[in-house]
Design a binder for this molecule. Structure first.
Ligand code: FAD
Length: 462
């Protein structure tokens, strides 16, 4: 069904105005398309719009629950230096004197950056705020055009037909929960990190945190400031002690939970706990998308997709921005958006549906051969096609797998690829996350590189 879009502006819907949707709307308009962006909240910013509201269902498993979008917790700071987080032509530098000037600022500063971006590029003009998209489906008359049904917060429903729909609804709201044998009879309280904001409720408690990635580490240290004990259970754990905290312990995965309140780890250790916090990530979720099975989500693989963006059978009418995780997110949103905009205008060409499908199937077969589960499909791979699973050691030259992906996209749409300084800065930053210990955000030692970055930023202004 790949339609050859004649080279002219198309009528395009963007769903969601977080960091992905903001830059998608800008790039689509820059390319000459008319854009209507739908955002169910009152403001732009997406997950960076902090709220102390959480969902009543602390594990967020009830499909009928009232969804709170953001998963940001009160103490959250960026896990990348601001200089490598921004869009290519709108550096994330300190803008106002009442902001957070730190290299790793707090979530409010990121929201302010996104709001400044929206103001600078007049994105609001394209947005229908407080309007939720309820259904996206091909029109009866022409399956290459898309009907978008939506409802405003004041209850007004509507529908509109578009040439294309760009999906930017985010993927950090629908939790993935760890499976724990015996959990149904375990008497303690369970939470998903999506519903974690501040540590107060864990005062003097014994808490188990499942998951040792960015949120797991942040939230464990946060809770350790108030709890009696915190026990992190993660894969690949070798030592038990956690530097810097005498009430924080490391454990391998959980073997089972028991009705006496105890939790047994795979090394046989037993802890009687009051609470379990699942810092176990999120699911991709597109409740509005009706594609007659052309796009499915299977063990967190959205597919089949060509290069994490276009479903071969529906391209270019449907596209996804922001699916790959772990990496230079904002830069990726921007370059993916440039590609989608240029394909829709006809400036860039897609292979045939058959070719795109062939490539997607070959990529999935490669992951299978490598024994990589579907849920890592959207981890960007290294040049050999092996996903970057954080398997590098401090002395390794981190292979920036995403650069190959960015370079490839840049070639398709004739735009600039990743700047060498951004690649090097990310290289320094990603190692700090994995090997820099708890206070990595406040120990910066690459000043020369930063000076070079600000010289590059100065050139943007000249
Ligand atoms: P979101 O920000 O989730 O935005 C999606 C938008 O779509 C929301 O505004 C939502 O209201 C809207 N929406 C959803 N469904 C509908 C609908 N049906 N109709 C209308 N609107 C809809 N990345 C970094 O680069 N640096 C970091 O330090 C960093 N820290 C992170 C910390 C946490 C806790 C999390 C969860 C993620 C972090 N990320 C970080 C990654 C994050 O993906 C990106 O930073 C980015 O902000 C995500 O933007 P997005 O637009 O894809 O999604």
């Amino acid at each position: 069904m790949t339609s050859l879009i004649p080279s002219r502006g198309r009528h395009v819907a963007v769903i969601g105005l977080g960091a992905a949707g903001l830059v998608a709307a800008r790039e689509l308009r820059r390319e000459g398309h008319t854009v209507i962006a739908f955002e169910r909240e009152k403001h732009v910013g997406g997950l960076w719009m902090y709220t102390d509201r959480v969902e009543l269902d602390s594990l967020s498993v009830d499909p009928d629950r009232t969804v709170v979008h953001s998963s940001v917790y009160e103490s959250l700071r960026t896990n990348l230096p601001r200089e490598c987080m921004g869009y290519s032509d709108f550096p994330f530098v300190t803008r106002s004197d009442d902001g957070d000037p730190r290299r790793y600022p707090d979530h409010r500063e990121v929201l302010k950056y996104l709001q400044d971006f929206a103001k600078e590029f007049k994105i609001d003009e394209m947005v229908r705020f407080e309007t939720e998209v309820l259904c996206v489906e091909p029109t009866e008359k022409d399956s290459r055009r898309w009907r978008v049904q939506f409802k405003s917060s004041s209850g007004v429903s509507g529908e509109e037909t578009f040439d294309a729909v760009v999906v930017c609804n985010g993927h950090y709201t629908e939790p993935r929960i760890a499976h724990i044998p015996g959990i149904d009879s375990w008497p303690g309280k369970q939470f998903h990190s999506h519903n974690y904001r501040i540590p107060d409720q864990f005062k003097d408690q014994v808490v188990i945190v499942i998951g040792g990635q960015a949120s797991g580490n942040d939230i464990s240290s946060d809770i350790a400031s108030m709890a009696k004990e915190v026990h992190i259970s993660a894969k690949g754990v070798t030592s038990e002690s956690y530097s810097g905290y005498n009430n924080l312990r490391l454990h391998p995965p959980i073997y089972r939970a028991r009705e006496d309140g105890s939790v047994v780890f795979k090394n046989g250790k037993v802890v009687f706990a009051d609470a379990i916090v699942h810092c176990t990530g999120y699911k991709y979720h597109f409740p509005f998308l009706k594609t007659n099975g052309y796009v499915t989500v299977e063990d967190n693989r959205v597919g089949p997709l060509y290069k994490h963006v276009f479903p071969p059978a529906l391209a270019p009418g449907i596209s996804f921005i922001g699916l790959p995780f772990m990496g230079l997110q904002f830069f990726m949103f921007e370059i993916q958006s440039k590609w989608v905009a240029s394909v829709l205008s006809g400036r860039a060409k897609l292979p045939s549906e058959g070719k795109m499908m062939e490539e997607a199937i070959a990529f999935y077969a490669k992951l299978e051969d490598l024994g990589i589960p579907k849920r890592y499909t959207h981890f960007l791979t290294d040049p050999q096609g092996n996903p970057m699973l954080g398997t590098f050691k401090p002395e390794d030259e981190v292979v920036i797998s995403q650069s190959d992906y960015f370079n490839w996209i840049a070639e398709q749409c004739g735009c600039a690829s990743i700047e060498p300084w951004r690649e090097r800065l990310y290289n320094v930053a990603i190692k700090k996350v994995f090997f820099g210990g708890d206070s990595y955000r406040d120990r910066w030692d690459a000043d020369q590189l930063i000076e070079e970055v600000y010289r590059e930023f100065a050139k943007l202004k000249s």
